[in-house]
Design a protein around this ligand. Structure first.
Ligand SMILES: CC(C)(COP(=O)(O)OP(=O)(O)OC[C@H]1O[C@@H](n2cnc3c(N)ncnc32)[C@H](O)[C@@H]1OP(=O)(O)O)[C@@H](O)C(=O)NCCC(=O)NCCS
Length: 201
């Protein structure tokens, strides 16, 4: 499934994006000293497992990109690598370390129309003539992916990003808080939800 997704993703974004997934947590003895310290901060076993599963996906993407599998350096937000968690799977996306990338999975759920103004700009809301929950959830995942693709995103809001054509499944966007910032983004419908990926140009 992931191989097909990766081929389609590369075709859509016209970029050598790699994907890697993990369904099982990384064994704790594979953590380095710094990374192991993070484990003490988790209060639930669920989050601890999710985090370890995420480290497994990060190790897999490092192997695919042929970069040093040093977890402390791979920890998002970092340029060139992004990570998202589904209920039972974690997916990492990677590209060249000089380029920002963001991946976000949103499981099927209701996104109320009243929430749109929290993550869409006024121009984007005006474009939305026909609305469905599918579109609202898709745009939510795209906005999160765009946010993650900006390696320096502290303090940014989802409305700092603007999608050119909200109706397009694959399209362009920009970070309005930065001059000349161009991004490309696309979404995939999976059985459990929607997966969006964005890259910085
Ligand atoms: C950072 C953010 C995108 C993470 O979303 P999430 O719901 O936890 O979803 P995901 O499973 O897709 O992503 C989690 C992973 O993102 C990565 N991540 C965390 N902060 C990040 C950041 N600032 N930038 C990029 N990636 C980040 C981490 O790898 C994290 O997994 P880990 O903690 O196990 O390592 C989200 O918390 C956020 O801040 N969004 C933007 C602001 C927003 O949504 N505002 C609400 C407006 S209505």
């Amino acid at each position: 499934m992931l191989k097909r997704l990766e081929i389609d993703l590369r075709r859509r974004l016209k970029a050598p994006v790699s994907l890697a997934s993990a369904r099982a947590p990384l064994a704790e003895d594979q953590l380095d000293f710094t990374t192991r310290q993070r484990l003490t901060g988790f209060t639930t076993a669920e989050r601890r497992n999710q985090w370890l599963r995420g480290r497994s996906a990060l190790m897999a993407i490092a192997a695919k990109l042929d970069i040093e599998p040093r977890l402390a350096a791979l920890n998002p937000p970092c340029p060139g690598i992004s990570l998202t968690h589904g209920e039972r799977i974690s997916i990492a996306a990677g590209i060249s370390p000089a380029q920002g990338i963001g991946i976000y999975f949103g499981s099927w759920r209701q996104i109320e129309a009243s929430l749109l103004r929290c993550f869409l700009t006024e121009a984007e809301q005006e474009q939305l003539t026909v609305q469905s929950n599918f579109t609202r959830l898709r745009l939510w995942t795209v906005k999160q992916a765009l946010f993650k693709a900006s390696a320096v995103n502290r303090g940014l809001r989802l409305t700092d990003f603007e999608i050119d054509e909200v109706a397009e499944i694959t399209g362009r966007a920009r970070n309005c808080s930065r001059a000349n910032s161009q991004l490309r983004c696309t979404s995939f419908m999976l059985r459990q939800g929607l997966l969006s990926i964005a890259i910085e140009d």
